[in-house]
Design a protein around this ligand. Structure first.
Ligand code: ASP
Length: 437
C-alpha cells in the first residue's frame, strides 16, 4: 500500500463515508434479505467492527497502567502530583458545570418538549444507577489484578499512581523498573500506531453495520430535542473549549481542532471515550505537544470522569422530559440537576449508551418519570456519537491547559502542522537494526 498518498485521517474519513453509504445501500436494496443480514450485516461487518473495537479496548488497560506508571515514576516530588491532580479534576468539574448549565439554559429558552405530549408510557424499566457512596469507595482496588481484569479505569489509575510514586521513592534500586516501564511505554505506543493503521477498515465496518440497522423514525418525532442537543454540544466546543484554549492556554483553537481530527473520528465511530484513549493519548502527546507525564494522567482520568457531552444530554433531556410530561421544575430542581448530572457524568463509564442509564439518577432526584428515558432512547445512538466526540475534546483541551501551566507543553510540536504524522508509518525492522541511542 502506498503510505504516502493519503494521510491516515483521509483514509479513516473515506472508510467512514463509504461505510455510511454502504449501510444505506444495503438497507435500501436488500431490506430483510436473510442472506445479506446473516452473512454481510450480522456477518462480515459485525465481526470486523467488533474485532476493531475489541482491539482498541485490548490496549486500554495496559496503556493506562504503563503510561501512568511511566509518567509518575519520573516525578520529582509528591506535591507536583497533588497540584496536577487538583488542577485537572478542578478543570474537569468546572467545564462540566458550565456545559450542563448552558444546556439547561438553552433548553429552557427553546422549550424542545413543549407540546410534544409524549406522556404515553411504555414498558421500559431503567437499570438502577449506582449510589454515590459506592462510586467513591470503588475508587480503591482491593485487588489491582482484579481491577485490571475488569478494566476498572479509576482503580487502575489509583494503583498506577501509587506504584509510580513508590518507584520514584525507591531511588537507585527502583531505576531498572522505571527504565523497563519507559521501554514498555514505547512498545505499547507502537501497538497503538499499528492498530490505527487498520482503523479505516474498522471504521468502515462499524459505520456500515450501524447504518444498516439504526432506526431513523424516532428522530422525526424528536426533531427539536435532537437538533437542540446537537446545537448545544457544538456550542460548548466553540464557546467553552475555544475560550479556555485561547485565553487560558494561549493556543490557537483552530489548530487544536485540526490536530484533533483522528481522535474525533475515533470517538465518533466508536461512541466510547474509553476505547478512544489510545488515540487521544497519541494525539495530545505527539500532535499537540503535551508531555507523557501530564497526558498519561489526564487522558485516562478524563475518559473516565469528564463527560461534558453526556452531562449536556442529561440537562437537555431533563428539561425535555419535564416539558413533555407537563411537570414544572423549580430553580432548586435545576440546581439539583446541575449537581447530580455533574456527578452522574463522573460516574458514567466511557462506553456507548451509558449516559442514558445514568440519566435515571438525575430524573429520580427531581421526581421525573423514568419512562422519559424510553422516549429519547430512539435517537440516542446518533447523539451518543457526537457527545462522545465532545467528551474527548474536553479531555484533550484540559490536558493542553494543564500541561501548559505545568511547563510540560512543547510549543514547537503544537505549532508544527505535521508533528506526529510520520508516526503513522510502522517499520517492521529487526530490533538489532536499530542504532543505539
Ligand atoms: N458514550 C459516552 C462516552 O463514552 C458515554 C455516554 O454518554 O453514554 O463518552
Amino acid at each position: 500500500m502506498d503510505q504516502g498518498k493519503y494521510s491516515l485521517t483521509t483514509k479513516v474519513v473515506i472508510g467512514m463515508v463509504t461505510g455510511i453509504l454502504v449501510g444505506f445501500l444495503l438497507r435500501a436494496l436488500f431490506p430483510e434479505n436473510p442472506f445479506v443480514t446473516t452473512y454481510i450485516t450480522e456477518g462480515v461487518l459485525l465481526i470486523l467492527g467488533k474485532i476493531f473495537i475489541t482491539c482498541l479496548k485490548m490496549l486500554v488497560v495496559p496503556l493506562i497502567f504503563i503510561s501512568l506508571v511511566c509518567g509518575t515514576c519520573t516525578l520529582q516530588d509528591a506535591s507536583t502530583l497533588g497540584r496536577l491532580g487538583l488542577k485537572t479534576v478542578g478543570l474537569y468539574i468546572l467545564t462540566t458545570c458550565i456545559a450542563i448549565s448552558m444546556a439547561i439554559a438553552l433548553a429552557l429558552i427553546f422549550e424542545p418538549g413543549v407540546g410534544a405530549n409524549l406522556a404515553s408510557t411504555t414498558g421500559f424499566t431503567p437499570q438502577e444507577a449506582p449510589p454515590l457512596s459506592q462510586v467513591l469507595i470503588n475508587l480503591f482496588p482491593s485487588n489491582p489484578i482484579d481491577a485490571m481484569a475488569k478494566g476498572n479505569a479509576l482503580q487502575i489509575i489509583v494503583f498506577a499512581l501509587l506504584f509510580g510514586i513508590s518507584i520514584a521513592a525507591s531511588g537507585k534500586k527502583g531505576q531498572p523498573v522505571a527504565d523497563m516501564f519507559i521501554s514498555l511505554n514505547e512498545v505499547i505506543m507502537k501497538l497503538v500506531t499499528l492498530l490505527m493503521n487498520l482503523a479505516p477498515y474498522g471504521v468502515f465496518a462499524l459505520m456500515a453495520h450501524l447504518f444498516t440497522t439504526i432506526e431513523f423514525d424516532a428522530i422525526f418525532n424528536l426533531l427539536q430535542y435532537f437538533f437542540l442537543l446537537l446545537g448545544v454540544l457544538i456550542l460548548h466546543v466553540f464557546i467553552t473549549y475555544f475560550t479556555l484554549l485561547r485565553f487560558v492556554g494561549g493556543l490557537s483553537p483552530l489548530r487544536f481542532l485540526r490536530k484533533m481530527e483522528d481522535t474525533l473520528l475515533f470517538a465518533f465511530s466508536t461512541s466510547s471515550s474509553s476505547a478512544t484513549i489510545p488515540v487521544s493519548l497519541e494525539t495530545v502527546k505527539r500532535r499537540l505537544g503535551a508531555s507523557n507525564r501530564v497526558a498519561s494522567f489526564t487522558i485516562p482520568l478524563g475518559a473516565t470522569i469528564n463527560m461534558d457531552g453526556t452531562a449536556m444530554m442529561q440537562g437537555v433531556a431533563t428539561v425535555f422530559i419535564a416539558q413533555a410530561f407537563s411537570i414544572d421544575l423549580t430553580l432548586m430542581d435545576y440546581l439539583t440537576v446541575i449537581v447530580t448530572a455533574t456527578l452522574a457524568s463522573i460516574g458514567t463509564a466511557g462506553v456507548p449508551g451509558v449516559g442514558l442509564i445514568m440519566l435515571a439518577m438525575v430524573l429520580q432526584q427531581v421526581g421525573l418519570p423514568l419512562e422519559g428515558i424510553a422516549i429519547i432512547m430512539g435517537v440516542d445512538r446518533l447523539l451518543d456519537m457526537v457527545r462522545t466526540a465532545v467528551n474527548v475534546t474536553g479531555d484533550c483541551t484540559v490536558t493542553c491547559i494543564v500541561a501548559k501551566s505545568e511547563g510540560e507543553f512543547d510549543r514547537s510540536v503544537f505549532d508544527d502542522e505535521h508533528a506526529g504524522e510520520q508516526e503513522e508509518i510502522i517499520n517492521f525492522h529487526h530490533i538489532t537494526d536499530e542504532p543505539d541511542t
